[in-house]
Each structure stands twice: as structure tokens, then as C-alpha cells.
Design a protein. Structure first.
Length: 518
């Protein structure tokens, strides 16, 4: 069979298409495809016998209104389809079109790979057979309203993978919905992109300041366990650098290119902690987003989650955490479906977990799951040989932060630093150095600038920190800040500190945020 594609340039008139069609009929030629535009026609013709193209073009040009006939390689619709296919093949999202019956009419190659099925297998398939319930796609099909960045779950055997999807309705000239085109992207790719943009500076063991044998032996121990996937429990007083070690372990592990998600369990209100950790489904509680939201465990998938102040976790959440550690699965609030996650857990506490177990405040089975690799971080009073190194490190960093030119510390000032027991550990030392750098008028810190007391700063020392032009509000704010700093140096949790100050947990967190305290 002979096939020819060509275009006819013409001057439009009534009956022109009819007269052209008669030429084809008289020559036993079939019109396979016809596209008509103002003053031009595009045709694809075929015949069982050989087509005399010169004779055909001559007869067509004899029709009144026909100006010229020219061969072409592709019809306009073919060009458009090929361009569209090239676009769909190159974009980094799965694309799928469905008709008004919810049947798939087109997919791009990435969608084929996501579902692990050929295009021929997918065409005609009901969209509901591929996705979980509550599809925003069907809502779009019914209402004709577009949607953006909704979460859906794709069925893959016994597993369920979540994707971000956006949809746009296909409307006819009467405004009726005839289908929907959707795009979807693997949540893991979205998460990796977000982490790439937002991740903090990498912290490694090289950033840990300390030459004492205690610190060096702990660093070597952490390096040895970093390549493992086993749970690590960091124990030590508040301010000993547990998060610093956790970040360093993550960066020395095979998961270093995946998210590191730090969570201070004491800083989150009890009412939000479960949904923040494990996520929630749409409408599971008042104020919940309609599309639901993944939790921090899902965000940390393939990476590391750092659970600080694990002793503060409520008993009902301890059960869910135990499930994650035992089975590697999380269940969102309001959902019956469990989602597999691959997360390494590093926990930390300054609490006596053994005493909490005896008081029935901490689950014994969870304790043994967390205590696989216990690492004890020494308090600063037991590694005083590191104080000079730490002091100089903080002087350098605080000088840059505060735009001051402080470069050293006098011997008497250093003796004062080394003779103190530092109940608040490294965090307290950092605060004292920051205060001293703020007050320094010379390029070195003197003894009188090292404002440390066993309980709190004395009234006379504190008065020197103010300027005569300070308002009452300034003085009260600075005094409140120092009282908070002093309270936070104690080896207490956030909730315990709030109770000791006679304020609520939320009020304390707001003040910590207000004064940018650690």
C-alpha cells in the first residue's frame, strides 16, 4: 500500500473540500487523515495500487481555489504529538492522563517505571486499581477543580509508597470535565531535595574539641560503631555535646548523604509530639491538613533520627517507638496502614532511665532496644584539661559572631575557668565566654570578665553589665535572660526547669526562643 503526506495551499470557498474529495474518489485513493486550517489543508492518503503523484497534483491544482500541492514529512498533529512525547519523556515526574470513566489513556515512560508495567498494560486500567483510597484525582474528576501537591499512596504488592501529585482537569467546549492529567513525584526524591536545600553544615569528629584521653577514646568508639545500623544511646549530663556526637556519627556512617533529623522530645508539646514524629492522615484531628502530613520518621527514611531527652517521652509514644525499632514500621495518627521506614535511631538522655523504669515511667523493653550501644559522655569537670582548648575555640567563634577583636585570655582568667566545676558543662562555658566577649574592651579576657558563681551571678557583677542609658525594660529583659541561663545550666529537663521557675512548659519555650538560648 502506498501512503503519501502532503499539503494543499488554497483560497477557501464553499464546496472546495467536496471537489477535492471527488478527485481522490475518481483515482481510487483513500483519505486516511485530513486537517483543515484557514487557506491550507494537510492530508495523508493511501491506495492499494501505485499512486501517480504528478497526475494527482496536476488534477488537484485544476480544482478552482487550489494554489499549490507540496509533499511533507509529518502532519501538524504528528509534530505536536512528537514534541509532547519528547517533553513527557524528559521531565522528572510521572505523568498520566485518565478519561471521564477513570481509565488511563496515556502515560509517560517514568510512570511506566514507577508502576513497573508497560504502557500497553496500563492503558485502559482503572486508576483506582493503582492507588490507595481517598484519591484527589477522583475529586478533581468530579468537581473540575485542580489541586496541587497532594499525597497519594501507590500500591506495590504488600508495600505502599507515597508520592506527591498535582492534577488538572480536561474540559470540553461546554465546560464539562472529560478527564484529568496528573503528575506525581516520589516523596523520597522530594525529601532528598528539601534536605539538600535546608541541611545544616556538616559536622564531623574533627569539629569535636578535646585532647583528653576520655574524649579521644569516645571518639574512637563512636567511629567504630558509626558504620553499623544498630541503635546508639548517648548518656551524659546536659550540655556535654550529645547532639554534636550524634551528628558526627551520622556523618561517619553510610547514611551521611541522607537526612539527619534532630528532635528534642522535651521541646514539643505532648499534644503535638505523636503527629510530629509519626505523621497524620487528613482530618484525623482538629486543625489537621486535609491531605495529611508525613512525620519526622518518614522524613528521616534512609537517614538518621536523633531523639534527644528520650526519658521525656510519654508511655503511649514509647509503644509506637518500640514498634518502629522492632518492625521498622510507622503508623500515622488516624491511619490503619503501617509504612516501612529504614531509619537509624540515635537517642540521648541525661535522665536516670533505670530509676524511671522502677517508677514505671519508662518501658523496660524499650530501654533494652535503645541501649544496644550505650556511650557515656563525661562532664566537663572530669576533663578539665580540655577547658583551655574549648575556651579559645569559643573566644574565636564569639568574636567573629559579635564582631569583636578578642584574641586571648589572661592566665588568671584561665585559672578561674579551670578551677570551676561547670555544672552546666560545655554549654555553660560557652555562655560565660559569650558574656565575657560582650563585655570586653581589650583584645583579651581578664579575670573580672569571667562572671561565674556556684549559684548565679551576683547583683554587683550583674549591675556592671548594664549601661546607664538602659531602660527599665532593657534591664528586666537582661535580668530575665540571665535567670533563664542560670536555670538552664542545671541538669534538668525542659519540663523540670519550667516547674522550678513556676511557669508552663510553653511559656519557657517561648522565652528560650525570645532570647535565642540553647
Amino acid at each position: 500500500m502506498r501512503v503519501i503526506k502532503f499539503q494543499i495551499v488554497n483560497k477557501d470557498r464553499i464546496g472546495l473540500v467536496y471537489d477535492i474529495s471527488r478527485v481522490f474518489a475518481e483515482m481510487d485513493i483513500n483519505i486516511v487523515h485530513l486537517e483543515v486550517m484557514p487557506d491550507i489543508m494537510y492530508l495523508e492518503i493511501s491506495s492499494e495500487k501505485e499512486i501517480d503523484q504528478d497526475l494527482l497534483f496536476s488534477r488537484l491544482q485544476g480544482v478552482r481555489g487550489v494554489i499549490a500541492c507540496t509533499n511533507i514529512d509529518l502532519l501538524p498533529s504528528e509534530k505536536t504529538n512528537r514534541q509532547l512525547t519528547a517533553v513527557l519523556d524528559t521531565i522528572s515526574e510521572g505523568v498520566m492522563a485518565i478519561n471521564s470513566a477513570g481509565e488511563i489513556t496515556n502515560v509517560n515512560p517514568l510512570a511506566e517505571r514507577i508502576f513497573n508495567r508497560d504502557k500497553e498494560e496500563l492503558l485502559g486500567t482503572k486508576i483506582t486499581s493503582l492507588f490507595e483510597d481517598n484519591l484527589p484525582i477522583l475529586t478533581c474528576l468530579e468537581s473540575g477543580k485542580p489541586y496541587n501537591h497532594q499525597e497519594v499512596f501507590i500500591k506495590r504488592g504488600d508495600t505502599h509508597n507515597n508520592f506527591f501529585t498535582s492534577g488538572r482537569p480536561i474540559m470540553d467546549t461546554q465546560g464539562r470535565v472529560r478527564g484529568v492529567v496528573i503528575t506525581f513525584k516520589d516523596m523520597r526524591e522530594v525529601k532528598d531535595f528539601i534536605y539538600t536545600v535546608t541541611k545544616p553544615a556538616d559536622i564531623t569528629f574533627n569539629e569535636i574539641v578535646g585532647k583528653s584521653s576520655k574524649v579521644q577514646s569516645i571518639i574512637q568508639l563512636c567511629k567504630r560503631f558509626a558504620m553499623s545500623n544498630s541503635t546508639i544511646l548517648l548518656r551524659g549530663e546536659s550540655g556535654t555535646g550529645k547532639e554534636l556526637f550524634a551528628r558526627s556519627i551520622h556523618m561517619a556512617s553510610k547514611r551521611k548523604d541522607k537526612p539527619f533529623v534532630p528532635v528534642n522530645l522535651a521541646s514539643l508539646p505532648d499534644s503535638l509530639l505523636e503527629s510530629e514524629l509519626f505523621g497524620y492522615t487528613g482530618g484525623s484531628f482538629t486543625g489537621a491538613a486535609k491531605s495529611g502530613r508525613p512525620g519526622l520518621f518518614e522524613f528521616a527514611n534512609e537517614g538518621t533520627i536523633f531523639l534527644d531527652e528520650i526519658g521525656e517521652m510519654l508511655p503511649n509514644l514509647q509503644v509506637k517507638l518500640l514498634r518502629v525499632l522492632q518492625e521498622g514500621k510507622v503508623k500515622r495518627v488516624g491511619s490503619q496502614m503501617e509504612k516501612p521506614v529504614d531509619v537509624r535511631v540515635i537517642a540521648a538522655t541525661n535522665s536516670d532511665l533505670e530509676s524511671l523504669i522502677k517508677e514505671n515511667k519508662f518501658r523496660e523493653d524499650l530501654y533494652y532496644r535503645l541501649n544496644v550501644i550505650p556511650i557515656y559522655l563525661p562532664p566537663l569537670r572530669n576533663r578539665k584539661e580540655d577547658i583551655p582548648l574549648l575556651a579559645m575555640y569559643f573566644i574565636k567563634s564569639m568574636s567573629a559572631k559579635l564582631d569583636k577583636k578578642v584574641e586571648s585570655v589572661t592566665s588568671r582568667a584561665m585559672d578561674k575557668l579551670c578551677s570551676y566545676d561547670w555544672p552546666g558543662n560545655i554549654r555553660e562555658l560557652e555562655n560565660v565566654i559569650e558574656r565575657a566577649v560582650n563585655l570586653a574592651a581589650e583584645p583579651y579576657l581578664t579575670e573580672d570578665l569571667i562572671l561565674i558563681k556556684d549559684k548565679s551571678i551576683s547583683q554587683s557583677d550583674f549591675r556592671e553589665a548594664f549601661q546607664e542609658e538602659d531602660t527599665l525594660q532593657d534591664i528586666v529583659s537582661q535580668y530575665e535572660k540571665e535567670v533563664l541561663k542560670s536555670a538552664l545550666r542545671k541538669d534538668l529537663s525542659i519540663r523540670q526547669t519550667a516547674r522550678s521557675l513556676g511557669i508552663s512548659h510553653t511559656a519557657l519555650m517561648n522565652k528560650i526562643k525570645k532570647y535565642d538560648l540553647k
